[in-house]
Design a protein around this ligand. Structure first.
Ligand code: IMP
Length: 183
């Protein structure tokens, strides 16, 4: 069994779907934790993991995700959570006006195996839409259209999002690692 530390039900649902398919038993450790403000998603993810490592007696992982918008020089990136809470998707659409729309999601998983932290990352490139679209998913999903698709992530089901997402790319790397670790 492995614990996924997150307060986000949607993240847990997406990850559980992938891990169950790989026959890995994952338990939701529902917990809010303070994130440092740092320049990269990797650093934030690692710092959160290191802080929790002392307090949990089993192996666990967590993840941090950022939305990096090219015409805004990567903003909000490591500030994605704050920006979603403050200006939200409507604010991002206002900021972009008629600028370019290229963007990427980056997820970094940090896994504490009892001795050290190991990280796995996944990226999904796409475009910011002109309006919010769809009711599924969470966060920036309604304004993100993956490259090669017409639908926003919020117009996709969990299996559809999982077939391409930043999070699932990172999780599949992690699953691979866990398989080797258990050999
Ligand atoms: P965090 O990883 O929970 O800190 O996420 C940062 C911000 O990005 C939060 O506002 C999340 O709602 C949002 N976010 C994280 N993952 C996704 C995703 O897969 N789709 C859309 N928004 C996301």
């Amino acid at each position: 069994m492995i614990k996924f530390v997150t307060s986000n039900r949607n993240k847990f649902q997406e990850v559980k779907y992938l891990m169950e398919a790989a026959r890995i038993d994952v338990e939701w450790h529902e917990m809010k934790y303070e994130e440092i403000q740092a320049d990269t998603t990797e650093e934030i993810s690692r710092d959160s993991c290191a802080k929790i490592a002392g307090g949990l007696d089993s192996r666990f992982f967590l993840e941090d995700t950022g939305l990096y918008i090219d015409p805004l020089n990567g903003f909000p990136g490591p500030y994605s959570s704050y920006v979603q809470r403050t200006i939200g998707n409507k604010g991002i659409l206002r900021l972009l006006h008629n600028n370019g729309r290229d963007a990427a999601f980056l997820t970094v998983i940090s896994y504490w195996n009892g001795k050290e932290i190991v990280q796995f990352s996944g990226e999904l490139r796409g475009k910011i839409s002109y309006t919010e679209r769809g009711n599924n998913g969470f966060g920036y999903d309604p304004i993100f259209i993956p490259d090669g698709y017409e639908k926003s992530l919020a117009e996709m089901t969990v299996p559809e999002k999982n077939a391409i997402s930043h999070r699932s790319i990172a999780v599949l790397k992690f699953i691979d690692y866990l398989r080797k670790e258990d050999e």
